[in-house]
Design a protein around this ligand. Structure first.
Ligand code: 13P
Ligand code: SF4
Length: 314
């Protein structure tokens, strides 16, 4: 059997399993082209959270990283949430362990912190937070934070700094970052821009300040679609994880997308996002495993700030 026939068979089996399980397949914009093409919904963390919260399916197969599947489970305690690979974590989430955040908050009770957590964090960190944000709604939610409280923003210092630049709201920043986005440098982006002088530079807010100031637009992965669609420009340098290029090329085939390079590579891959494959998606739908399971007390505490986010960002 040829490789093409094998992939086609696998896709058909996944779709048959999906129907049999009454499942929905949700995929992040950084997933491989094959996974994006068969998913019911492809989007950023915010869009995925809404879809997870509103689905009627019995099973959610979440193709992204662990904290995304966990978020789907937090808002869907009675549904089965499966992910293709339990090891698909996130360096940014790992940079803020819940026990360290808990210890920090206990040591700084005088600050009476209002804790704002970027969605790229564990259920344990969400449970310690007042509200969750994504890159798509962070500005709006920070603007709505109580004016008389000190804000602690976790775990991404780059996204937090960008939100302060946008809103003027001072925040104490946890010193975490995404290992993919900090690989883009001022030199690597200046070089590609010089090679494509007519292209607009579009960067994710997890990039460092040195890169963000070179960008024509800084936004979430979902807003990259609308920005590139609405722009009069015909070519764009996309400074984020390489999977984003599949979505952009599929939705805007008449435009040109150039991956933002790092100093070492022509594009940037998230090793965690790329752990998911069609084979593993097939297996998780067949076996209903690996499944996301959470202690009810933790889940309920983590749900509160997510619901607050979903209400505030409507
Ligand atoms: P978005 O919510 O913008 O898709 O970002 C998620 C992410 O993991 C970025 O690295
Ligand atoms: Fe986490 Fe970075 Fe991968 Fe996004 S790209 S999932 S922030 S490690």
């Amino acid at each position: 059997m040829s490789a093409v026939a094998t992939t086609t068979d696998l896709v058909e089996e996944i779709l048959a399993l999906k129907r049999a399980r009454n499942a929905v397949i949700l995929a992040h914009n950084y997933q491989s082209r094959e996974i994006q093409e068969l998913a019911d919904y492809v989007g950023d963390s915010l869009g995925l959270s809404y879809h997870a919260a509103e689905t009627n399916a019995d099973v959610i197969a979440f193709c992204g990283v662990h904290f995304m599947g966990e978020t789907a489970k937090i808002v869907n305690p009675t549904k089965t949430v499966v992910i293709p690979d339990l090891d698909a974590g996130c360096s940014l989430s790992d940079s803020c362990p819940a026990d360290q955040l808990d210890a920090y908050l206990r040591a700084h009770t005088d600050k009476n912190y209002y804790v704002i957590a970027y969605i790229n964090c564990s259920a344990g960190v969400k449970a310690l937070s007042d509200v969750i944000v994504t890159s798509g709604n962070a500005t709006k939610i920070v603007q709505a934070a109580p004016a008389d409280r000190n804000i602690l923003f976790v775990p991404d210092q780059n996204l937090g700094a960008w939100v302060t630049e946008q809103t003027g709201r001072k925040m104490d920043l946890w010193r975490g970052n995404c290992y993919v986005h900090v690989e883009f440098t001022r030199d690597s982006i200046a070089r590609i821009r010089a090679e494509h002088p007519d292209a607009k530079v579009v960067a994710h807010p997890e990039c460092t300040y040195a890169v963000r100031i070179l960008a024509d637009e800084v936004c979430s992965t979902e807003k990259m679609i609308s920005y590139c669609r609405d722009s009069a420009a015909g070519s764009f340098i996309i400074v984020t994880e390489s999977g984003m290029l599949h979505r952009l090329r599929r939705e805007l085939p008449h435009k040109t997308f150039i991956p933002g390079p790092t100093d070492a590579c022509a594009c940037a891959d998230c090793r965690y996002m790329k752990m998911n494959t069609l084979e593993k998606l097939h297996a998780c739908l067949r076996d209903l495993s690996p499944e996301i399971l959470l202690p009810e007390d933790l889940r309920a505490r983590a749900e509160r700030p997510i619901r607050r986010m979903l209400e505030l960002s409507r």
